[in-house]
Design a protein. Structure first.
Length: 248
């Protein structure tokens, strides 16, 4: 598949389960992929070695460090001369019961918002000029149905994803027509985080999903690929990839 040949994509948190699936899909469609990671260099480099095609790269970058993101934008411009697709996939959370208000510390609240919302905004700010320079820039924010339902690993996580969706709408309006901005909003995804949940809890989520299964990382990656290749008139939307979970 060569739909994205000559295009350059950057995926934050690319070494994780969802991130690596997105990188593989974009590379398989012909894009040169820049994989960023925060701390796990081994995982990111293993992904790099597995990607089809050439001209891919791995870069350590913390989305909470705006100065380093400006340097990252300069390095991408120097090496590739363009950026067509930015996928804000980096995110964090921790399980805290919603009624445990003392358990959700100020430190955790700040860390979640700094990564999940401010980090995505900082990436867009750093790469806005490069994205605008091309024929049609695309920003995909990996959100969660927790931002719509208020049901998720903790209250701050849900709020951070709601804020991310709000930013998607605001910037889709502000950056059009040169840049499209879309949220891809999964439900539970069978990956590293879900593997730590109790089997009975996961079974309950499956039973509450009309499609009778949880999402896979490839389900999310397929949505990103569709936005980059075929859904080219879509912007400002929150694209659910949840098997109908929000219907229940």
């Amino acid at each position: 598949m060569t739909a994205l040949q000559q295009q350059v994509a950057l995926v934050t948190g690319g070494g994780g389960g969802i991130g690596s699936a997105i990188c593989r899909q974009l590379a398989g469609a012909g894009a040169s992929v820049v994989v960023t990671y925060n701390s796990n260099a081994d995982k990111a480099n293993a992904l790099l070695a597995s990607l089809p095609g050439q001209q891919h790269s791995v870069v350590q970058a913390s989305v909470t460090d705006s100065a380093s993101l400006a340097q990252l934008a300069d390095s991408v411009a120097t090496r590739y001369g363009r950026l067509d697709i930015l996928v804000n996939n980096a995110g964090i959370s921790t399980p805290i019961l919603h009624d445990d208000l003392d358990g959700l510390s100020d430190a955790w609240i700040d860390q979640i918002f700094q990564t999940n919302w401010r980090g995505s905004f900082a990436m867009i700010r750093a790469f806005k000029t490069l994205l605008q320079a091309g024929e049609s820039g695309l920003i995909v924010n990996i959100s969660s149905i927790a931002g719509q339902t208020g049901i998720g690993s903790n209250v701050a996580y849900c709020a951070s994803k709601a804020a991310l969706d709000s930013m998607t709408r605001s910037l889709a309006r502000a950056l059009a027509p040169k840049i499209r901005v879309v949220s891809v909003s999964p439900g539970w995804v069978m990956g590293e985080y879900a593997s730590r949940a109790a089997p009975a809890y996961l079974e309950k989520q499956v039973n509450a999903t009309p499609m009778a299964r949880l999402a896979t990382p490839d389900d999310v990656a397929n949505a990103v690929l569709a936005l980059a290749t075929t859904l080219t008139f879509t912007t400002g939307s929150i694209l659910s990839v949840d098997g109908g979970r929000t219907l229940n």
